[in-house]
Design a protein around this ligand. Structure first.
Ligand SMILES: [Zn+2]
Length: 291
């Protein structure tokens, strides 16, 4: 197992689609200086290449201020060009910190495949991916000579355990004073809604033999949600949002919601009518209990 000493400047080197960002996420969030993120900061579009100069300006400024504090930086960018790498090595050494190169080993075909799956604004032309790949292949034997104190390949870094450890520190399975099922319900909400929405979500009705019910509440606005567990395959279990009955009775009626987009549609009353099911009058879609 290769360990990179910390603090250090850790320079990811890999073509677009080589898995740099996934690997970078194994370090704590504040360590990660991602060029795409700074593009997004300056113009709202992580893929806008015209924002690169401004993004580099921000990245360098943050790098400098962190290194002045003796803190590790993981530079998540292609770093295919020697002059870019030289700048990073010099920054590390100016603060008496080691510079470590992490070379991505994903084959070109895999980079191209991953790149092709990206959203339009994040996709790099194939010819550019090939060019980056070629540049890095040529540079790789000379990385020590460029001034890197450590050169490792991503396949030698055992980062998964560190990632799991950090996640476990952040979201412990359950402390002694927390009911495990209470914890499971919290995890479920976070998985379904994402971190931000989960903060606004609370379970409100937990009765034995009944599906748990909760509410997404911001200020005076609220969406009531029930977690349905009546389908035989647990993979099909999921949330339903409470909506007015289309038959006009007091309800409650429900529509299935599979994630934040469906919640938005529910909020906007913009869901297909044929998925609404009323518990009281039976209007709408056939009860799933019949399954
Ligand atoms: Zn009804």
């Amino acid at each position: 197992m290769h360990l990179i000493p910390e603090p250090a400047v850790i320079v990811m080197i890999g073509a677009s689609g080589s898995g740099k960002t996934t690997l970078a996420r194994t370090w704590p969030a504040d360590y990660r200086l991602a060029l795409d993120s700074y593009r997004w900061v300056v113009c709202g579009d992580a893929g806008d290449q015209e924002a690169t100069a401004d993004a580099v300006f921000l990245l360098d400024a943050v790098l400098e201020r962190r290194l002045a504090r003796g803190l590790t930086c993981v530079v998540d960018a292609t770093n295919a060009r020697a002059d870019v790498r030289r700048r990073l090595i010099e920054a590390a050494h100016a603060h008496q910190l080691p510079a470590a190169a992490v070379v991505m080993t994903a084959p070109l075909e895999q980079c191209l495949t991953r790149n092709a799956r990206r959203p339009d604004n994040r996709r790099v032309p194939d010819i550019e991916v090939r060019r980056q790949y070629q540049q890095i292949s040529l540079a790789r034997p000379g990385l020590h000579a460029e001034g890197f104190d450590h050169v490792v390949t991503d396949d030698r870094l055992l980062r998964l355990r560190l990632l799991l450890q950090r996640a476990a520190d952040r979201h412990p399975d359950h402390q002694d004073d927390v009911d495990p099922s209470e914890h499971a319900r919290r995890v479920l909400a976070r998985r379904f809604f994402g971190e931000d929405l989960a903060e606004a979500f609370n379970w409100t009705q937990l009765r034995p033999q009944h599906d748990p019910i909760g509410a997404l509440t911001i200020g005076g606005e609220e969406i009531t949600l029930a977690y349905r567990t009546w389908l035989p395959n647990p993979m099909d279990w999921g949330f339903e949002a409470q909506v007015p009955c289309l038959g006009g009775c007091p309800g409650p009626a429900w529509v299935p919601v599979h994630g934040p987009m469906d919640l938005l549609a529910t909020y906007d009353d913009d869901f297909p009518e044929d998925v609404v099911r009323c518990d009281r009058c039976g209007a709408g879609a056939t009860s799933r209990e019949a399954v």
